[in-house]
Design a protein around this ligand. Structure first.
Ligand code: AMP
Length: 421
């Protein structure tokens, strides 16, 4: 299948060629023609599946055809500022130099810049729900001209408690609009939101394909304690194959401590966590993107949206709080068809959490050891069904596993409660 068959205008076909895309991804094949035809869409697709182009190319085509307008016509809501910035950047890349005016309205960034953007001509607004509500309540933005609403990573927005903001924002949009909803799952609360927000929507379910679940080799290393974990990490970071790595910690303080330690050891390292202001976050990400930093030590704030092609390795220094975060963390490597390595360090007592992740992904993570750094204590009980090198062992249908929170409540549709593990 070629991009040329999807109904895109020559200018946008040129833009995808310039972006280096030779073939559309599965979600692009399905979503672009339907979105161009004006349908509402409910799309279940994973991070890294090419969903940004799937919704943005049709939006740009519509804007190009319609000519200038006084009010913004496309609104994209995302759960995090990082994802919003990434969507805006991809949009600007596709649209080229004389493309539409884009405002990025995200929390943690100064109001002044955003207010300036809102005073000028504006075609596309990419926003996180909280900050967008702030501007709406202050009367700084008129959404009555919106023709297309995109809800990107809707499941995550609901997890983050944005439901009321999303409803309030939708109430200010014209009823006769197009709505494109993207989410890892379309079940439960997301499904309910979807049915309230869309009309006669076409449903697109993209199974995990090699391009959606890129070639990421996953490994599990058991550790006897914190010091052992540090030695394992030192070893992993000394790998000459490692171009750039994201190391995930459970806490902000843990990220700071580890970044300081690695810096003392002479690594080019940046920290990224929720206590940093937007300027500091941007600087850290820029250093990573420009290759000045080799290692990013981050909390889960970076697990979504971060798209740096040089990230060859992800190390889960601490296990994630929720099984689904594991998928987002390791998805920071193996971007756009590249190969990636994901190492997870776990204490023996954390086997239950590891099993939760395996149930969620449907894949057993092969246990490995590093020479001279083998754990002294032995794992009490191997995780179910795991054999050495058994990377493909599936426990369920991919992409349909549940987080611990789901299985504990017994209701896959309810908002995920934080698991106690
Ligand atoms: P997304 O799921 O939109 O975050 O996209 C994930 C990554 O895939 C980004 O780096 C995109 O630039 C890249 N990408 C999107 N569509 C294609 C395509 N058709 N061919 C190759 N890479 C793509």
């Amino acid at each position: 299948m070629a991009f040329a068959t999807l109904g895109l205008a020559p200018k946008l076909l040129q833009a995808v060629t310039d972006a280096g895309f030779t073939q559309p991804t599965a979600v692009q094949v399905e979503a672009i023609p339907l979105a161009l035809a004006g349908h509402d869409l409910l799309v279940s697709s994973q991070t890294g599946s090419g969903k940004t182009a799937a919704f943005m190319l049709p939006c740009l085509q519509r804007l190009m055809a319609a000519g200038p307008s006084r009010l913004p016509r496309v609104l994209v809501l995302t759960p995090t500022r990082e994802l919003a910035q990434q969507v805006a950047k991809a949009t600007a890349d596709f649209a080229g130099k004389r493309g539409p005016h884009i405002a990025v309205l995200v929390g943690g960034a100064p109001y002044a810049v955003q207010l300036k953007q809102l005073r000028g001509p504006l075609d596309i607004v990419v926003a996180t729900p909280g900050r967008l509500m702030d501007h709406l309540q202050r009367g700084k933005l008129d959404l009555s001209g919106i023709q297309t609403l995109v809800l990107d990573e809707a499941d995550r927005m609901l997890d983050m408690g944005f439901i009321d903001d999303i409803e309030a924002i939708a109430a200010r949009l014209p009823a006769a609009r197009q709505t494109l909803l993207f989410s890892a799952t379309l079940e439960g609360v997301v499904g309910k939101l979807a049915s309230r927000m869309t009309r006669d929507a076409r449903r697109i379910e993209i199974a995990r394909t090699p391009e959606a679940a890129p070639k990421i080799e996953q490994k599990l290393l058991f550790a006897d304690g914190h010091d052992h974990k540090l030695r394992l990490l030192d070893h992993l970071l000394s790998d000459i194959e490692l171009k750039q790595a994201v190391v995930f910690t459970a806490t902000k303080a843990g990220a700071e401590d580890l970044a300081d330690r690695l810096e003392d050891q002479g690594h080019a390292v940046e920290a990224l966590h929720g206590d940093m202001n937007q300027g500091a976050r941007n600087r850290a990400l820029r250093a990573l993107r420009e290759g000045r930093a080799r290692i990013l030590v981050a909390t889960d704030v970076a697990a979504r949206g971060l798209d740096v092609p040089g990230i060859s390795h992800v190390v889960n220094f601490d296990l994630p709080m929720q099984a689904e975060d594991y998928v987002h963390r390791i998805g920071r490597t193996g971007r756009a068809g590249r190969e990636g390595q994901a190492y997870t360090l776990a204490h023996h007592r954390e086997q239950g959490k590891v099993r939760g992740i395996e149930r969620y992904t449907g894949i057993a993570i092969p246990v490995t050891t590093l020479p001279g750094l083998e754990p002294k204590a032995r794992a009490a009980k191997p995780a179910i069904g795991r054999k050495a090198g058994d990377t493909k062992k599936r426990f369920g249908k991919p992409g349909q596993g549940k987080s611990y929170g789901d299985s504990r409540t017994g209701n896959p549709g309810t908002r995920r409660s934080r698991p106690s593990w």
